[in-house]
Design a protein around this ligand. Structure first.
Ligand SMILES: CC(C)(COP(=O)(O)OP(=O)(O)OC[C@H]1O[C@@H](n2cnc3c(N)ncnc32)[C@H](O)[C@@H]1OP(=O)(O)O)[C@@H](O)C(=O)NCCC(=O)NCCS
Length: 392
């Protein structure tokens, strides 16, 4: 068995048959092959490793170059995707070998963190990943927002096809990347595909500044307005977009948008009729998972106060003893020292991302911490909900 990195041109004959079998209705209609071939240009910057035996591809794993904000620092992030093995080659450790090499390689290339959407979280927990919140879906009636129609908000909303509005929408995403914990973006090559979607984008502006954006389509007259993520830099940006949606009363019956887990649509108005939900199940609706690939790379993150020396165990990439501190609210990291707490890679990542409290790290079996260590880790890494979105 040989592992090698392939170029994008080789994907059609190596990874595509495996992925088509694993992730699509199968056998795949012939026209889908052509569709995939056309999409390959969006994956030119993706790193793809395959395991081969006698010229046959048995397994594959890929990493998309992305960037993510973790506690105020924007990192290079490995977005893991296309993890697959041939049914007759499963449970032979091929994917373990591929993923281990891929994560090592992406870290060498400068990635500090990694994220993915798992088919089954316990599979990726074996590789040091830990869950972060799923985005929420808010489903509400346009009538709920009617009071916004009477409000004179200082801004405007423009509706254009995404192809036309893409530069402004992309600019908004990059602004949120700099400002919002957990937010991640694709590189230009991968993101270009989203410009081609048959969708509208509503862009909220105050003066020349884009303060909100949401991609959407309407499925029918009297039907649903199906939005993707409702992005805004402030409550005003959000209110401008909602006011625009309110004008769809008697045109659509329901509006749907996706949001970070820390948003409360019931507070958007007085008479809201809204259902906010997140369905999590395997294999298609799991919450994202993340992990840290490089502890010193986190230095400078915006943290709390105090300090502690921890040992991260059972992980090739971040295993070892780390003296963690806070210098005026910015994380400091030094290797070595005498540890007073033990964490798995998942436990450390959960704290670094603010997804779990130290007491939860213990109850989840992701670390051994006494009361003092829990207090120190809680002070250093206050809980802070990351928002990692996917395009719908
Ligand atoms: C999931 C999949 C990629 C696993 O590939 P594989 O070649 O069997 O994986 P490996 O043999 O390298 O197993 C790696 C580890 O995961 C465990 N594992 C394998 N399948 C698992 C599953 N379905 N659930 C939980 N753990 C699993 C193995 O026991 C092994 O554990 P260990 O190394 O700690 O002992 C393969 O079953 C597949 O292609 N499935 C369909 C496509 C898919 O769902 N891909 C994932 C998309 S996110």
């Amino acid at each position: 068995m040989e592992i090698r990195q392939i170029s994008v041109d080789e994907r059609l004959t190596t990874t595509f048959p495996l992925q088509a079998y694993a992730f699509s209705p199968s056998p795949l209609p012939e026209e889908e092959v052509e569709r995939y071939r056309k999409r390959l240009r969006y994956f030119e910057t993706t790193t793809c490793l395959i395991a081969e035996e006698a010229g046959e591809t048995l397994a594959a794993a890929a990493s998309l170059p992305m960037r993510q904000n973790v506690r105020g620092l924007v990192h290079d992030m490995a977005g893991i995707a296309g993890v697959v093995s041939h049914p007759s080659a499963r449970r032979r450790g091929l994917v373990r070998e591929l993923l281990t090499r891929l994560l090592r390689q992406t870290r060498e290339q400068g990635c500090t963190v990694s994220a993915l959407y798992p088919f089954r979280p316990s599979f990726y927990a074996r590789f040091g990943y830990v869950g972060i919140p799923h985005s929420r879906k808010a489903r509400f009636t346009p009538e709920s927002l009617s009071e916004l129609l009477r409000r004179d908000l200082p801004g405007s909303v423009e509706r254009v096809p995404i192809r036309e509005g893409f530069p402004a929408y992309d600019g908004l995403q990059h602004r949120l990347l700099a400002e919002r914990h957990g937010f991640a973006v694709f590189d230009e090559t991968r993101a270009a595909e989203f410009r081609e979607d048959r969708l509208w984008v509503a862009l909220a502006r105050v003066g020349d500044e884009v303060v909100g954006g949401v991609r959407y389509r309407i499925d029918d007259h009297g039907g649903d307005l199906l939005g993707s993520n409702l992005f805004s830099t402030s409550p005003l940006g959000r209110a401008l977009l909602l006011q625009f949606f309110a004008r769809h009363v008697d045109q659509v019956s329901t509006i749907e948008v996706f949001l970070g887990a820390d948003e409360f649509p019931e507070l958007w108005g007085t008479d809201m009729t809204v259902t906010t939900s997140a369905t999590v199940d395997s294999p298609n609706h799991n919450a994202p998972m993340v992990r840290v690939l490089d502890v010193p790379g986190l230095a400078g993150s915006l943290v709390g106060s105090g300090g502690i020396t921890v040992e991260v165990v059972g992980d090739e990439l971040i295993g070892g003893v780390w003296e963690l501190g806070a210098d005026d609210g910015q994380l400091t990291v030094k290797p070595g020292g005498t540890p007073s707490a033990t964490l798995t890679a998942g436990g450390f990542s959960a704290l670094a991302y603010g997804a779990l409290d130290p007491a939860e790290v213990v109850t989840r079996g992701l670390g051994e911490l006494d009361a003092d260590a829990m207090g120190r880790l809680g002070a250093l890494f206050p809980r802070r909900m990351p928002y990692l979105f996917a395009e719908f």
